[in-house]
Design a protein around this ligand. Structure first.
Ligand code: SRM
Ligand code: SF4
Length: 522
């Protein structure tokens, strides 16, 4: 099966929408849709199929769309950043952009009447938003230091790009993969610290040596959903870099053709692995891998790399593997940027670096290729007061999903609240090391609270007999090579009562010291 087939009465709503018409078809209809406007559009086209083109109708802001791009390995040029900034600028004070937890960018407040022009601009700039939503493969994440990391094992840039090109037919849109049973995530790690959270993905490629050849061990089935949170399981497979595209294709085809579709809550890849067992899953993948040009037999996994490295956050100034060059990680509070920020960031990437910009899964930004001789001037740039290279320890580890400002699933406001809490806690506490606090507005877990030191998941609670915004608290998430998911330790804490709870957790578990007592003890 490839794509739109016959609709059947037993299909769930989403399967029916997909089989009636492929969202890619709307690409040809954009001029017409822009003309008739969002109110006159068929609901399934507006709310579902347009997402295949990366356009998400926002019920929270009627008449406005969010545009989710694709950035293989999270890399874009200063020129491309400027094109995105111009789109955001068009919407004045309302327009903004968010770096996402998949090293990607989303633009906000887009109006349908502007979309044909926006798509032309994106195409001219070599950018695409195709297949970035609904039952498609999301942004392919790769090491944010690919090609510049002194400790790198494999440069992931070309691989992420090739996998993206295979899935999207070079960004033109590929009906082979627009009707998967559900969303699908792929990550390719190239360094030793698992900078991409490989274990959260449906396919994670983890660098490993086999007989002195560098390649990847493969893990599969990682997922977060409201009812189930799972780290990936090993597939007992190792592939050389040249087989990464074929293996990705094989797994996607098997998932597309055999994945469970009846119940949307049980359609992710892990449920197919559950049904078949990992041995049968591996056998089916191996068959398909051979058919799509992979090198048979599929090799068994290599021994795990003995270098177990801590995950870095890459904020600050670091030496690259190229002598005389540096990369600088800038902290972008909760990933949010406005048009002027984007112009400023594009400018400093061009003036001091090579005009390249990279994003991280922590919603931050890296500017590579800055010569030693330019560092002093770079560090005096006024934009670094807003996007620090040395933020305080709580701000440094802050991640937040979109929340109720723009997301219809949200049970609470997240980004603005996350910033307010960090500022308030930093005024009271001193932390001996960075703490990773992740906010997510609902159990969909886009903000990945399960990987955090302290994860805050939006829910509803009760206070004085009233329903109020609240959070469940998660703790114990570990990142890096020995990543582990955390667990829920407290339930339904009203957001109004959260500050003292967080303060106590930071003091008891993370060595925070009240600022007052520091002053007194001197
Ligand atoms: Fe997500 C749905 C935002 C990363 C799990 N996610 C959504 C929607 C599209 C819901 C909606 O229609 O409003 C959110 C759009 C809100 C908006 O306006 O921004 C949304 N997800 C995000 C982003 C922007 C969060 C962020 O602030 O960074 C991330 C975009 C990544 C990207 O560039 O593509 C984002 N979402 C994730 C992740 C994290 C990851 O990939 O590492 C997860 C958990 C991992 C996973 O998928 O297994 C995640 N999002 C979900 C789910 C639950 C999926 C499931 O199997 O149940 C949903 C709901 C759904 O798909 O039905 C969802
Ligand atoms: Fe929206 Fe929930 Fe995802 Fe946050 S976690 S972006 S609130 S779907």
């Amino acid at each position: 099966m490839t794509n739109a087939g016959e609709a059947t009465p037993t299909q769930n709503k989403f399967e029916r929408i997909k089989s009636e018409k492929d969202g890619l078809v709307l690409k040809q209809e954009l001029d017409y849709l822009a003309e008739i406007g969002w109110e006159a559009m068929e609901e399934a086209d507006r709310d579902y199929r347009l997402r295949v083109l990366g356009l998400f109708y926002r019920t929270v802001t009627p008449g406005k769309f969010m545009l989710r791009m694709r950035l293989a390995n999270g890399i874009l040029s200063a020129y491309q950043m400027r094109v995105l900034a111009e789109i955001v600028q068009h919407y004045g004070d309302e327009g903004n952009a968010d770096i996402t937890t998949r090293q990607n960018i989303q633009l906000r407040q887009i109006r349908l009447e502007d979309v044909p022009d926006i798509y032309r601009k994106l195409e001219q700039a070599g950018l695409t938003s195709v297949q970035s939503g609904v039952d498609n493969v999301r942004n392919i994440t790769g090491s944010p230091l690919a090609g510049i990391d002194p400790d790198e094992l494999i440069d992931t840039r070309g691989l992420c790009r090739m996998v993206q090109d295979m899935i999207t037919n070079m960004g033109k849109g590929n009906p082979e993969f627009t009707n998967l049973p559900r969303k699908f995530n792929i990550a390719i790690a190239g360094c030793r610290d698992n900078s991409v959270h490989a274990e959260l993905n449906d396919i994670g490629f983890i660098p490993a040596y086999k007989n002195d050849t560098i390649g990847f061990n493969v893990i599969v089935g990682g997922m977060f959903s409201p009812k189930r949170y799972e780290a990936s399981v090993p597939m007992n497979a190792w592939v050389p870099p040249q087989d990464v595209v074929a293996l990705s294709r094989a797994i996607l085809e098997v998932y597309r053709d055999h994945g469970l579709r009846a119940n949307r809550q049980k359609s992710r890849l892990m449920y197919l692995i559950d049904k078949w067992g990992i041995e049968k899953f591996r056998e089916e993948i191996e068959k398909r891998f051979g058919e799509v040009g992979g090198t048979l037999p599929l090799q068994s996994a290599a021994e795990k790399d003995e270098f177990l490295w801590e995950k870095k956050d890459y904020i600050g100034v670091y030496k690259q593997k190229q002598p005389g060059l540096n990369f600088v990680g800038l902290h972008i509070p909760v990933g949010r940027m406005y048009a002027q920020d984007m112009f400023d960031l594009a400018r400093i990437a061009e003036v001091y670096g090579s005009g390249e910009i990279r994003f991280t899964v922590e919603q931050n930004l890296i500017i590579p290729n800055i010569p030693d001789t330019r560092m002093e001037a770079f560090l005096k740039e006024p934009i670094l007061e807003r996007f620090s290279v040395n933020p305080e320890n709580l701000m440094r580890g802050l991640v937040s999903c979109t929340g109720s400002q723009f997301c219809g699933f949200a049970l609470i406001e997240t980004k603005n609240r996350a910033l307010a809490f960090v500022k308030a806690l930093e005024a009271e506490l001193t932390l001996p090391q960075p703490i990773r606090i992740h906010w997510t507005g609902c159990p969909n877990s886009c903000g990945q609270p399960q990987v955090a030191d302290i994860g805050l998941m939006g829910t509803k609670g009760r206070k004085n007999g009233k329903v109020v915004e609240a959070v469940d608290i998660w703790m114990g998430g570990k990142v890096g090579y020995e990543a582990e998911l955390g667990s829920r330790v407290m339930k339904s804490i009203p957001c109004d009562d959260l500050k003292p709870v967080l303060r106590d957790l930071l003091v008891e578990h993370f060595g925070a010291k009240p600022k007052q007592s520091l002053v007194l003890s001197h």
